[in-house]
Design a protein around this ligand. Structure first.
Ligand code: M6P
Ligand code: ZN
Length: 171
């Protein structure tokens, strides 16, 4: 998806992120090595540089763990006031947002959808479709990723399949 110098590619297997799901035990042992999502990022300046921008593309595979759609780890920004854009390129899914008080909402992701994520709002993608969900993202180079808060408390809602309908369920 992204090409050129300064582009890095990383991937997360289900095994690496299985603890984010409500029912990690629902993943069959033979599926643990499966790639859940890939991230390509253009990082033209050193992380932490004030005033710079990073651009990334997240590619989420379709699938579910139990009734919960495949999703990214999700994060607040370490520099908590920094914002980000998420832009759906292809596929179908949702952008799940959570503020510091734990209020969650899901924004629709279909090709062309653009969402501005303000500072102090955690963000995570879920793929509700049957093909890859491809999302572009642009964020400040001094934003940083705070994964620890989500690892500790999780999101207060989960996107689950209820009779074929993606439904945000409070936990
Ligand atoms: C987007 C950006 C990146 C982020 C990636 C994967 O491309 O927000 O900063 O790393 O999505 O999301 P996560 O880090 O939550 O797994
Ligand atoms: Zn972010």
């Amino acid at each position: 998806m992204l090409q050129g110098a300064d582009v890095t590619t990383s991937q997360r297997t289900l095994k690496e992120i299985v603890s984010i799901y409500e029912r990690p035990e629902a993943v069959a042992p033979e599926d643990l090595e499966q790639i859940a999502y890939k991230v390509m990022a253009h990082l033209p300046v050193k992380e932490g540089t004030a005033g710079g921008l990073f651009f990334g593309t997240s590619i989420l595979m379709p699938g579910k763990v139990g009734d919960e759609y495949f999703m990214t780890k999700g994060h607040f920004h370490s520099n908590i006031d920094t914002a980000e854009y998420y832009w759906c390129i292809s596929g179908t899914g949702a952008l799940i947002l959570m503020d510091e008080e734990g209020n969650c909402q899901a924004k629709e992701m279909s090709p062309g959808a653009l969402h501005y994520i303000p500072g102090r709002v955690a963000h995570r993608l879920a793929n509700t479709g049957s093909c890859e969900l491809v999302v572009g993202a642009c964020w400040p180079s001094d934003a940083g990723h705070d994964y620890a808060t989500i690892e500790k408390n999780g999101f207060s809602a989960r996107l689950v399949d209820v009779d074929g309908v993606p439904t945000l369920k409070r936990v």
